[in-house]
Design a protein around this ligand. Structure first.
Ligand SMILES: Nc1ncnc2c1ncn2[C@@H]1O[C@H](COP(=O)(O)OP(=O)(O)OP(=O)(O)O)[C@@H](O)[C@H]1O
Length: 274
């Protein structure tokens, strides 16, 4: 369903130094450095999987999600998702995917949530019956009834995040990219979001790629993880195997068996990516 092969992406970043002299010089000459965000990333994801995409800050997770959702064009490599190349077939492709960036909103700030939903229905050209059914189901399961007529800017983070997730699913996508969907949520909201993600995966077979720094998200949802560090894919395998491998590892502390959080910290150290 998803195949990435040798995806590389770098960014050209203007060097800025402080001081009036440097600012003046920068008007005429800019120095650039290149940041290699992704280096030959390859993996396959099958329909119905929930994959945890993890790695430390700046590892390249969001860049990968942006490439997979067609927002960024890689420098090299191929990406085929449901037969589409995301950045080439954007218009047709986006009907098949939902994307949630925990740190950004796809909802219009000043209007009631329902107006954003209606707009998304028009953008994605969702048939009326399908839209009504999805809206009803999402309103019930994500408990949106009391907030759907409120402007987005008046919502709490947890309320907004539930609306963001609903917004990403109104057009019944087969694939959902979740980039830090539980960031900043309280314990109750986190559990509610996790339960919902698990439910749409089980009941609707939605394939989910989840980036998160919250290892409890991973523990609760993913059976497979992809570990990325400094733009390179370092581990691709199931969590059960990792747990077996580290089952009797008591080097970091006395926790036996170690939690997934401890295992990941250990892996970050082993791969020298912290
Ligand atoms: N638009 C951009 N311009 C320049 N550099 C960028 C840009 N976007 C990302 N980068 C750089 O690419 C690298 C990977 O960034 P990315 O956002 O993919 O990391 P991440 O794994 O999602 O990190 P985090 O966990 O902190 O969100 C970082 O070094 C970052 O500074």
């Amino acid at each position: 369903m998803i195949t990435l092969s040798g995806i590389s992406k770098s960014f050209k970043v203007a060097q800025r130094t402080s001081g009036v002299k440097s600012a003046f010089r920068a008007l005429f000459r800019r120095d650039y450095t290149e940041v290699a965000a992704l280096n030959e990333i390859s993996f396959d994801i099958q329909p119905g999987e929930i994959v945890g995409y993890i790695g430390p800050n700046g590892a390249g997770k969001s860049t990968t999600i942006k490439v997979m959702s067609g927002i960024l064009v890689p420098d090299r490599g191929t990406c085929s998702i449901m037969g589409y190349t995301p950045w080439l077939d954007r218009v047709k492709y986006v009907k098949n995917i939902g994307v949630v960036f925990g740190q950004r909103s796809q909802l219009w700030w000043d209007v009631p949530v329902i107006d954003s939903f209606d707009l998304l229905r028009d953008i994605y050209d969702v048939p009326n019956d399908e839209y009504r059914n999805n809206l009803r189901l999402l309103t019930e399961t994500l408990d949106l009834e009391g907030i759907i007529r409120t402007p987005v800017r008046q919502l709490s983070l947890g309320q907004r995040m539930r609306c963001e997730i609903a917004a990403s699913l109104l057009h019944s996508p087969s694939i959902l990219f979740l980039d830090e969907p539980t960031i900043g949520l309280d314990a109750v909201s986190k559990i509610a979001v996790r339960q919902f993600i698990s439910r749409i995966n089980k009941e609707k077979g939605v394939t989910i790629i989840l980036t998160t720094h919250d290892m409890q998200d991973i523990e609760a949802l993913a059976s497979r993880i992809l570990l990325i560090g400094k733009g390179t894919l370092l581990y691709d395998g199931d969590i059960a195997t990792l747990k077996e491998k580290y089952a009797y590892d008591t080097t970091s502390d006395n926790e036996t068996p170690p939690s997934i959080e401890k295992i990941i910290v250990r892996m970050y150290k082993e791969y020298e990516i912290t």
